[in-house]
Ligand binder design. Sequence first.
Ligand SMILES: [Zn+2]
Length: 138
Amino acid sequence: MVTKPLPRIDAVNAPFFAACNEERVLIQRCAAPECRRYVYYPRVCCPVCQSGDLDWVEVSGRGRIKTFTVVHRPHHDGFLSETPYVFAAVEIEEGPLIYGRIDADPARPPAIGDAVVPVFLQHTPEQKLLAFRAEDVR
Ligand SMILES: [Zn+2]
């Protein structure tokens, strides 16, 4: 059996993955007063102004689907048993794009522009990962 690949957790991205396990969405925000942009994925400096002063802030994780695909042939055999599944780029309310799974029936996929909320999938016994589902699904 092929196991799923694990995220490479390091000193830069550890707060994001720790927050996933607490079912919270934590992203960086530039602390430079003239910038204050939200930053995702985790980095050592702001991609806009290059300030190294980034704060971790909790956000709602709510957003809209910018684009998506239904995956039939995954990039890694560890996901083969889960196909087909929906994978999307979600533009969260604070601006950054976050790529992740959409908890949806792949036979009835979402639409571009649909509102989504965060959900947390148990990737391994030790690590949950951020994913999304349609806002109006209960
Ligand atoms: Zn900045």
